[in-house]
Design a protein around this ligand. Structure first.
Ligand code: XUL
Length: 452
């Protein structure tokens, strides 16, 4: 069976065709907004803004990119007629505001995306009103990029446009609706990144919704309890790409929940660490619990149960900065330094938080008190910062429990040194996995559930 997985990310859209029995990607195509849709003037996936805290995108750009990627897949020779179901994901937290779905009329011409952090005031207001309840019931404290704060700001600044808005979708539910030609529900994975969904009851939290804006609950889509029973059917207009109309379209989810499934890490006991610009940790959890310190978010796990996600801002950029400062090559940084130093580094750790850190909050660079940085060798410094980064991740995720296996992805995952430090500190088996398309594969794997 072949399924199609669509990944609508910050920089572009990817489509992969997944062979479910061979468990492999058999075709793929990608569109980059900057390169392929220059008319949207969003080379990095968002519109230029004079305010660094404001990050919006034109929602029409996402639709155009999807149409382009389907055309590309078809032109590259993919037998679209064999595809049996469609699933997908989108960057988390982006919201789409509709005056009407058919015909499509946006009531807000731009959509705030996950990089927007212009809503501190609204977050302070929600925290003051709900305090710990927000964290306990929605899985996260008030977060700038989440829908509650974003909608609150929109309703306050543009009351008429808010009133005209009939539906507020997450980008994920908007896109599955686009494929189905009718409105589709929000899935529990992505829906949890809104501060509006009560994860204990799996329904919109009436009290929180009404504190955000008048009439909000009526403007929200339904909630998908599972992928098979919530599937829609592909609209006729997609026949122009060779797809069969009527095949199941399962609810789309967020990119991180989709990656959990795409990395085959949807069962508790396995965690994924994506070592990129920032280091992102995610893992499935069988029961609902929250991070007592408020750093880890709790989202629904598309495969059932819950998942946690923690994001450490100072990842590869910090590692590269230290490497450049020391004037060593990657081989030295990734291997030699670790061969020449013992695990634990004789108690010398350093924390390379050059950018103001979010996990833990507002943290700047630091070193263990007994560590004389100036006198240390390059290899000691390298082990010190890698052990500092990984022990920070371990401490921030201890509330979840222990892990038997850690899967590493991203550019730094092939580093032998980093692999050994993760194994030592987490006390787990470590493997590097090649997951170029992990989110899209997750979407395609979830699509299998639509075919019963
Ligand atoms: C997660 C988050 C990002 C986006 C974009 O909370 O904001 O990872 O999903 O990838």
């Amino acid at each position: 069976m072949l399924t199609l997985g669509i990944d609508c990310s910050t920089q572009g859209v990817k489509a992969i065709v997944w062979d479910a029995s061979a468990q492999k990607v058999v075709a793929s195509a990608a569109i980059n907004y900057g390169r392929d849709l220059p008319q949207y003037k969003s080379p990095d996936g968002f519109l230029p803004s004079g305010d660094v805290l404001v990050r919006h995108a034109n929602p029409q750009m996402w639709i155009d990119a999807i149409e382009m990627v389907l055309a590309k897949l078809q032109h590259e020779g993919c037998d679209m007629g064999k595809i049996a179901a469609i699933g997908g994901d989108a960057q988390q937290h982006a919201t789409v505001y509709l005056e009407s779905f058919d015909p499509l009329v946006f009531s807000r011409s731009t959509s705030p995306i996950w990089m927007d952090s212009s809503t501190s005031e609204e977050c302070a207001c929600l925290d003051a009103k709900f305090g710990m309840r927000l964290r306990e019931d929605t899985g996260s404290p008030a977060i700038e990029r989440f829908a509650a704060a974003q909608v609150k700001k929109f309703a306050k600044e543009s009351p008429l446009a808010y009133e005209k808005t009939k539906r507020i979708h997450l980008l994920s539910s908007f896109l599955s609706s686009w494929f189905a030609g009718e409105e589709m529900p929000v899935d529990l994975g992505d829906g949890a990144g809104m501060n509006l969904l009560n994860l204990k009851t799996c329904s919109w939290d009436e009290e929180i919704c009404s504190a955000v804006a008048d009439g909000l609950i009526e403007k929200l889509p339904g909630i998908a309890k599972d992928f098979s029973s919530s599937a829609g059917k592909l609209a006729k207009r997609f026949e122009k790409y060779g797809l069969r109309s009527g095949i199941p379209v399962v609810p789309f989810t967020g990119d991180n929940p989709a990656s959990l499934v795409g990395c085959f890490a949807e069962k508790p006991g396995v965690a994924v660490i994506s070592l990129g610009t920032s280091d992102v940790f995610f893992a499935a959890m069988d029961t609902y619990k929250i991070d007592p310190d408020g750093y880890g978010h709790v989202f629904g796990n598309p495969a059932g149960g819950f998942m946690s996600l923690s994001c450490v801002k100072n990842g590869s950029l910090a590692r590269n900065r230290i490497r450049e400062e020391l004037g060593v090559d990657w081989k030295f940084f990734d291997e030699t330094a670790f061969e020449r130093t013992p695990p634990g580094n004789n108690g010398k750790r350093a924390f390379p938080f050059f950018e103001e850190e979010i996990t833990p909050k507002h943290c700047a660079c630091g070193i263990d008190a007994s560590f004389d940085w100036e006198k240390a060798s390059s290899e000691e410094k390298i082990r010190a910062i890698v052990e500092g980064q990984i022990s920070n991740l371990r401490e921030r995720t201890r509330w979840i429990g222990d892990f038997e296996e850690i899967k590493l992805t991203g550019g730094a995952s092939l580093s032998k040194g980093i692999q050994s430090v993760v194994a030592d500190i987490f006390g787990a088996k470590v493997s590097a996995i090649d997951v170029v398309h992990s989110a899209a594969v997750g979407g395609a794997r979830l699509a299998e559930r639509g075919v019963q």
